[in-house]
Design a protein around this ligand. Sequence first.
Ligand code: NAD
Length: 439
Amino acid sequence: MLAQTSVPTPKESSLFADARTRLDRALKYVSMSEDALGRLKYPKASLCVSIPVRMDNGSLSVFQGYRVRYDDTRGPGKGGVRYHPNVSMDEVQSLAFWMTFKCALLNLPFGGAKGGIALNPKELSRQELERLSRGYIDAIADFIGPDIDILAPDVYTNATIMGWMMDQYSIIKRKVSPAVVTGKPVMMGGSQGRESATAMGAYYAIATLLPKFDLIPEQTTVAIQGFGNVGGILADVLWQAGYKVVAVSDSQGGLYAEQGLDIPSLRQYKAERKTMKAVYCQDTVCNVVEHQTISNEELLTLDVDILIPAALENQITELNAADIQAKYIFEVANGPINSAADRILEDRGIYVFPDILINAGGVTVSYFEWVQNRSGLYWNLEKVNQRLKERMVEETENTWKIGKELDVSMRAAAYIHALNRLGEALDAKGTRDYYLNGH
Ligand code: NAD
């Protein structure tokens, strides 16, 4: 049996209140009008719905769903839909807040939004999941749209679910509306490269940043928490680039091998058997290799060069920040480090590369998908990845430059960069000065 130690929960606090402290810290370095700031402190619109679903056994279950459009000054809201038991208005609001800054940071013509349903999707049949996903769209159809708010996948949602959602929206509107949802199956108007986009974007950022610290892949050890869509693909991409991925984990626990794990074999095994094992596979024959089973908590505190949280928020808090041994943390998950831990890590000289930059590849290719849906002209994988790389490298370099110039952390630099763009857009609608003094 794997050890089942869970990550301790920090002091009861609102995730959103904690998320907003990042804004306060960056504000010292940004000249922003009070009006603009006031607008960014609260979400523009929040919707809470109940979704009745007829279950396979004939009973009726009612699920709680949410959609928050945080800001749409720079364009329609954009953000994923999460299926998880912990989904709440507080979490969705925080995720929508991060999306607002992420889209501005990557200079995408979108605001920030997010949605979710509180449930354990593993307890539902495929048919029940489809009825739930279509029911969610029935409930929020008037709140979303290709020019209002665009959906995408997040934790425990995928291309199939996005396809159902797009289809349901099209049925309601009586016209095919692919641009309301991104991350769809390619055959339904999805973009090439969307599934791997978040992982590829993270890889381009990592490959841009590590040479600044004279790190080379072959001598760099990596631990990744979360082996899902993003964590699994990123593990593979890093492994192919020569990095030594020594530990990975999923919700069941983790695996550690000092000599490095054979990531393609692990992915093959997990895809076939839905469970993780440290194996080496040749064709269909997989043999277990030397390894240790570890808990998720142990993975976070391993002595590795790079730690990549790629699962859920609040994994590194004031309770375990002092035990982190990695020198560089790349936040692939949204909000895996709380603000109290941020300070501890900074004091200890650990570099944190923030979520709004590192995982922005997903929304960037979602933007490409939206553009392709609206133009009707579709790009090949090479073009998608080339455009993703250009944007990730450019904004990673810009953020790095701001960090160096102002001598602030990469997180503060990312917020400063995004705030500058958001502030300019908000002020373009008119400021106090404009109305009082005519300029
Ligand atoms: P996913 O559902 O494909 O994978 C989630 C993974 O986390 C799974 O391996 C699951 O077993 C694991 N997990 C769940 N609970 C865990 C726990 N307590 N400890 C350790 N592992 C746990 O989701 P994903 O799409 O890979 O998203 C992962 C993270 O990346 C999320 O924070 C999400 O918001 C963020 N993200 C995703 C995208 C995207 O395009 N999918 C884009 C930007 C950010």
